[in-house]
Design a binder for this molecule. Structure first.
Ligand code: F6R
Length: 596
């Protein structure tokens, strides 16, 4: 989730690029760079926020250039890892958004050929591949380079002495801004809006040549594509949200891509052991706060079921003051920001106690990543809405990857089971898209929740913590008191609170607890509580005992938290919207909690 911008025309390219980068900063902000064709190729890049770096950038004449704002995925935030990258001849510059999966093998091949690398990034292989294939045609070189890579990209490149910007996309957005005698290329409409509202969207697998005077698009087979520009009527603020009303909704809709990016490369590496640390262990402890704690709770079920390893979960704020038991479990710190004060303190405490530590975080180079023995990045991209959504779903995916890895190491999963679960995990982006397609149904179903003061969220087994997360999401953004409960516990107290004014959201999926859940739902309905049931599509028995039902796709029950979570996020979102709440910035809450 980086930002890309390129300009070619009559004006000073640097002004336009910097303006575009400022507008793209919300997509990524750990480093910035530009390359300008100005009496040779001039490149400047540095680590830090745009506002701090901008005054230090030299001024270059030149009417063509490319720029980038980075959100680190492969390689920590640093000047060396910032884009653009330049080949060994110093003539080709390139910027990239996405992940090159086979970069290690390509890097080795290129180094053996004599290419010298200057960064830790996956992206740098692209510029060296272009160098390998460049014979006077930048477009042909880019296409040949991309044919060698596995992964995803929006990429833009230029070659000194050539008046063209060449670009291509696979699973990452790319748009062309069409001016008069000037054109732009960008990862996001936001970056071109100050120049023009006429845009051409580049489609999957296409590549493009952009000059000051025109734009030529090619399909994946190299044939020319004719396409008319469309006129964007968005304001800049709309554009940042990609046309969604709130960042939270945008981020909910980004989840299929986020899951895909989280899985990229990792599944193949399960066998090789590269994805998670290869250590001897007899127990696992997961430590986290808030939403990340709920992901850790789901993780406990996953690890115990896949790897048969005793797993405990602790709140970071409790763990850091707990007496300890003298044991040294693998301690997994789950934190999207990597900066949560309690989780950082817990990481330090774990190391003091002699535990190996593994951080699962979304932010490359975050404090936690520097203070633990191992790191796994969730690759969800930057999240702006305070309520965690796509970072949570990728934390869940990381838990499955950890479960698979530990299960493989401990031989509690055989190869067939690993293959089966891996294949099913790869279908998650599709299933999440299936849930998103039903958003309008969910929007209608939540009407029964909007007037409530208190709501119970009930689940069992692996979906007990999933319902904890559903309740947390609702209370954060709608300010309705919501409580997640293990359905079997209801009769031990909270049943006394139920009546017609207290709705219940209940999940009953296709696992061994489904029949018990149906029983619990009947108990609740008998107290007149309106019930919104979530179950596998076509579950008529469930539909018959609830007031409204939302269907989720049938997936192996261990994976059901993934589609179920998306339903719960949409429930929280639509309730909050109907109540007119400040969804992206809920009162009293911050995105990163750096105080104890
Ligand atoms: C809820 C939410 C918070 C965070 C918590 C921990 O939507 O985002 O509950 O989960 O503050 O934050 P991280 O994951 O950054 O450690």
């Amino acid at each position: 989730m980086c930002g890309i911008v390129g300009y070619t025309g009559q004006r000073m390219a640097e002004d336009i690029l910097l303006d575009g980068l400022r507008r793209l900063e919300y997509r990524g902000y750990d480093s910035v760079g530009i390359a300008i064709a100005s009496d040779g190729l001039k490149v400047f890049k540095d680590k830090g926020e745009m506002s701090k770096i901008e005054p230090t950038i030299p001024r270059w004449d030149g009417s063509m250039g490319i720029g980038h704002t980075r959100w680190a995925t492969c390689g920590k935030p640093s000047k060396e890892n910032a884009h653009p990258f330049v080949d060994c001849t110093g003539r080709i510059a390139l910027v990239h958004n996405g992940i090159i999966e086979n970069h290690l093998a390509l890097r080795k091949e290129l180094e053996d050929e004599g290419h010298v690398f200057t960064s830790e990034t996956d992206t740098e292989v692209l510029v060296h591949l272009m160098e390998r294939y460049y014979e006077g045609d930048a477009h042909a070189a880019l296409v040949a380079a991309l044919a060698k890579v596995k992964g995803t990209y929006a990429v833009a490149a230029m070659v000194e002495g050539d008046d063209r910007i060449v670009a291509a996309r696979k699973e990452n957005p790319l748009v062309i801004g069409m001016g008069v005698g000037e054109n732009m290329v960008a990862s996001d409409v936001t970056a071109v809006l100050s120049l023009t509202s006429r845009v051409l969207y580049i489609m999957e697998g296409e590549s493009v040549i952009v000059t000051a005077g025109g734009v030529t698009i090619f399909d994946r087979h190299g044939s020319r594509v004719e396409r008319q520009p469309t006129t964007v009527t968005w304001t800049l603020e709309d554009a940042e949200k990609g046309g969604f009303e709130h960042y939270m909704l945008k981020e909910i809709y980004e989840q299929p891509t986020a899951i895909h990016n989280c899985l990229l490369g990792s599944l193949d590496e399960i066998d090789s052991g590269a994805v998670m640390p290869d250590i001897d262990l007899s127990t696992v402890k997961l430590v986290a706060c808030g939403t990340s704690y709920n992901a850790a709770m789901v993780g406990k079920y996953i690890i115990e079921s896949m790897a048969r390893l005793p797993t405990t979960v602790e709140l970071a704020s409790e763990y850091r003051y707990s007496p300890g038991t003298g044991e040294s479990p693998l301690t997994v710190l789950v934190t999207q920001s990597g900066e949560t004060a309690d989780t950082l303190a817990a990481a330090r405490e774990a190391r003091q106690r002699g535990c190996r530590t593994l951080a699962i975080t979304n932010v490359v180079g975050s404090t936690i990543s520097r203070e633990t023995d191992h790191v796994f990045y969730t690759n969800a991209g930057p999240e702006i809405g305070v309520a965690a959504t796509k970072t949570y779903i990728t934390q869940l995916i990381s838990m499955y990857l950890l479960g698979l890895r530990l299960g493989t190491m401990r031989q509690t999963l055989d190869r067939t089971e690993v293959r089966h679960l891996s294949t099913e995990l790869r279908t998650m982006p599709r299933h999440v898209s299936g849930v998103l397609d039903r958003a309008s149904e969910i929007e209608k179903a939540v009407d029964m929740l909007v007037p409530a003061r208190d709501i119970f969220y009930l689940g069992r087994n692996i979906n007990y913590p999933t319902m904890l997360e559903g309740a947390l999401k609702l209370k954060e953004i709608s300010y309705i008191h919501a409580e997640g409960y293990a359905a079997g516990e209801l009769k031990h107290g909270p049943l006394a609170l139920l009546d017609a004014s207290t709705p219940v959201v209940a999940a009953a999926v296709n696992d061994h607890t489904r029949d018990k859940m149906l029983g619990n739902i009947s108990e609740v309905a008998a107290r007149d509580s309106p019930v919104l049931g979530i179950g596998v599509e076509g579950d008529r028995e469930l539909a018959a005992i609830v007031d409204a039902m939302i269907g989720i796709p049938k997936v192996p029950s261990i994976l059901s938290p993934v589609p179920l979570t998306v339903v719960l996020q949409l429930i929280a979102y639509y309730v909050a919207r109907k109540k007119g709440c400040s969804i992206d910035k809920p009162r009293n809450l911050a995105k990163s909690v750096t105080v104890e």
